[in-house]
Design a protein around this ligand. Structure first.
Ligand SMILES: [Zn+2]
Length: 291
């Protein structure tokens, strides 16, 4: 079923588990991710990044396709614009039926972040669309932003921010970053910040940069209050690696077979993340809902 992201995250928050939000840019990834959720009987969030939407995954096509896939399953599926920052693209996603928008104004000073986020909340909430905002700043792993503690979310400021903006979920900066971490290095997360933000705000919290952060980090982050774990780089890399290896093994492979196998590879990557998120069998918590 196709649902709002708030419906999924409120249950995850109430019952202290995490839900995977996987970036998707085509049919193979969309069906692979949704089938992973069906096999694990788990709620799932589909993310499409603003840049991904602009360059390739057009919202008019993607939204209809994802809704079609979602309504055929019993598991709750939400569609979220990941890292929205351009108001034209945000309204484009909104008009095409995304059930959630992330507004990322985290690069701006506090007051500006509040004003931009408030504007999106006003638009989105008028139609029952969920809003994820970001406070602190989750940067890039290749520039070691995850180690820059000045970018971390301040728990007291988070309370004020949510009161000022009325966002439904909050992306927090606690030691993860986007992209690939240096080889074999797992990031160090500040779990106390997660616990404090949860204790003071009580709302669903989001961990960006889930790829490569390690299963123990993810499990502990969920225990401390993370309810949404974003995974992009690992899915894209595992799909790229699968294609590379399969083509080296059999350069003349039939294209259709290659796409079918690719979808399966994407499914298995997401299944492994669903298993560590704590969301297996949590689809049972949801009753039928029409978005
Ligand atoms: Zn992110």
């Amino acid at each position: 079923m196709y649902v709002s992201m708030k419906y999924i995250l409120d249950d995850a928050n109430k019952n202290n588990y995490g839900v995977i939000a996987a970036n998707v840019i085509n049919l193979e990834l969309a069906r692979g991710v949704i089938n992973a959720a069906v096999e694990e009987n788990a709620p799932i969030i589909i993310n499409i990044g603003q840049g991904q939407m602009h360059k390739h995954a057009s919202p008019d096509i993607m939204c209809d396709m994802i809704k079609t896939l979602a309504i055929k399953t019993h598991v709750p599926v939400a569609l979220n614009l990941d890292h929205g920052s351009d108001f034209n693209r945000i309204t484009d996603a909104f008009r095409n039926g995304f059930s959630s928008i992330m507004i990322d104004a985290s690069q701006y000073p506090y007051d500006e972040n509040v004003n931009i986020t408030k504007k999106v909340v006003k638009l989105a909430h008028s139609q029952g669309v969920t809003v994820e905002a970001e406070l602190g700043h989750v940067g890039q792993a290749n520039t070691f932003d995850n180690k820059n503690k000045t970018l971390y979310t301040d728990p007291a400021e988070a309370v004020k921010f949510l009161k000022d903006t009325k966002a439904d979920a909050l992306a927090v900066a606690v030691g993860t970053a986007h992209g690939s971490y240096p080889k074999d290095l797992k990031p160090e997360l500040n779990f106390n910040i997660i616990s404090d933000i949860k204790k003071y705000t009580k709302i669903p919290l989001v961990l960006h940069g889930g790829s490569g952060s390690g299963s123990e980090n993810i499990k502990n982050a969920v225990k401390c209050g993370i309810n949404k774990i974003n995974v992009c780089t690992d899915t894209f890399n595992s799909c790229r690696n699968f294609l590379k290896e399969r083509l080296m093994e059999n350069p003349e492979i039939d294209f259709l077979s290659l796409m079918i196998e690719l979808e399966n590879a994407a499914k298995e990557t997401i299944r492994s993340y669903i298993k560590i998120s704590g969301s297996c069998n949590k689809a049972n918590n949801f009753s039928y809902y029409e978005y």
